[in-house]
Design a protein around this ligand. Structure first.
Ligand code: PLP
Length: 389
């Protein structure tokens, strides 16, 4: 259920059935995977008017429709586009709503490749890019300019997990006439529904929990009624359609995402609490912990937490961070997250200008997978012993 109780059926029921009615395809429980460029028309008149539901592979198929409408049910959106990666799910909406001479406000704790896109391509196209403090809340109204077209949010922030006051930011941004976007990859629509809190466009790296197995790249962007047609037009213009097998894999992943997330959440919180009690750990950056500065906002707006968070070693530098990572046997060293397996990364914050934090030591990000939690704790303990050597 969304926090405001707007849904009449539960989230897991929705995840199991959303987007596809088996009777529409001979009763088969899952939709067909349609591989298509060409779609045939019955006659010249229909062809000249393109007067049928499907007209060309780039513009949608029954397979992409199944996932898009599942996402619409989950996000409460008017429409969803499906793109080939989570990064494309960030860049396509920014291209849809920004023009030369516009100003965009982006949270400083944003996913780093979003920053790279803004600092290179958006800047080259004449968009003025400005970063803001993730804790700014309603204070963002002081940064709004007459040409501010987009306010880009991500909560919690990438790698350091700062919580943003989304309703306050959305209200101030709308008062200034801007479109509010949110990268909602961390919570998924199971634990946060941005459109219910004033966001206009919600973004997912479906690569993460929706896919769930570290073997697919995909992105989704869902918009409210106000923003849907402009988003959809841009998607068609750019031709950033996704491959049908990948779309199918993500729809398949959605069916089990609720139970997977419950386990990710439970194990991650248990490990986060356990880490807080370890002598060699200075701080644990998980918004579900009472000690987290954004805990009150998380509790107010979110209905759960996923399985990725960070912790700060007590002192040390790269040598200690590398010793920790090299001491791990079960956790893999790799980027991305949301799969069934645990991962660890040494966080790099060098590009930030505001949300640099004042951390006592290296920041290590952990993606907690579906392994037995006692085994994961023992593995982290091995890593912590290695840092002390
Ligand atoms: C991973 C990630 C992305 C990009 O997803 P890819 O499919 O890897 O391109 C975007 N936003 C956030 C917050 C992410 O964690």
């Amino acid at each position: 259920m969304s926090k405001n109780g707007k849904n009449e059926i539960g989230t897991n029921t929705r995840l199991a059935h959303a987007g596809y009615a088996p009777r529409d395809f001979f009763g088969f429980v899952n939709p067909p995977v349609v591989h298509a460029s060409t779609v045939l028309f019955p006659d010249a008149a229909t062809m000249s008017k393109r007067d049928q539901k499907y007209t060309y592979g780039t513009r949608g198929t029954p397979t992409t429709d199944a996932l898009a409408s599942a996402m619409d049910e989950l996000e409460g959106s008017a429409g969803t586009i499906i793109v080939p990666s989570g990064l494309a799910a960030v860049t396509v909406p920014l291209l849809a709503f920004l023009s030369s001479g516009d100003h965009v406000l982006i949270v400083d704790s944003v996913y780093n490749p979003t920053r790279r896109f803004a600092d290179t391509m958006l800047a080259r196209f004449g968009v003025e890019v400005q970063y803001y403090d993730p804790h700014i809340g309603a204070g963002i109204s002081d940064l709004m300019k007459p040409n501010t077209r987009v306010v880009f949010t991500e909560s919690p922030g990438s790698n350091t997990f700062e919580m943003q006051d989304i309703p306050a930011i959305a209200e101030a941004a709308h008062a200034g006439g801007a479109v509010v976007m949110m990268d909602n990859t961390w919570a998924t629509p199971v634990y946060f529904r941005p459109l219910d809190f004033g966001v206009d466009v919600t973004i997912h790296a479906a690569t993460k929990y929706p896919a769930g197995h570290s073997d697919v790249l995909l992105g989704t962007v869902s918009a409210n009624e106000k923003c849907w047609s402009q988003l959809h037009e841009t998607f068609l213009t750019l031709g950033t359609c996704a491959a049908p097998d990948d779309v199918y894999q993500v729809l398949r992943g959605l069916r089990t995402m609720g139970v997977r997330l419950e386990r990710h959440q439970e194990s991650a919180l248990e490990i986060a609490r356990w880490l807080e009690a370890q002598d060699s750990v200075a701080q644990v950056l998980h918004p579900g912990l009472e000690s987290h500065p954004g805990h009150a906002i998380w509790k107010r707006d979110f209905s759960g937490a996923s399985g990725i968070f960070s912790f700060v070693l007590k002192g040390g530098g790269e040598r200690e961070a590398h010793a920790f990572l090299d001491g791990l046997e079960i956790f893999g060293l790799g980027y991305s997250w949301g799969g069934y397996e645990s991962l660890a990364v040494n966080v790099f914050l060098g590009d930030r200008t505001i949300a640099k934090g004042d951390y006592a030591g290296p920041v290590i990000r952990l993606q907690i997978g579906l392994e037995d939690v006692e085994d994961l704790k023992a593995d982290i303990a091995r890593g912590l012993i290695a840092t002390a050597r």
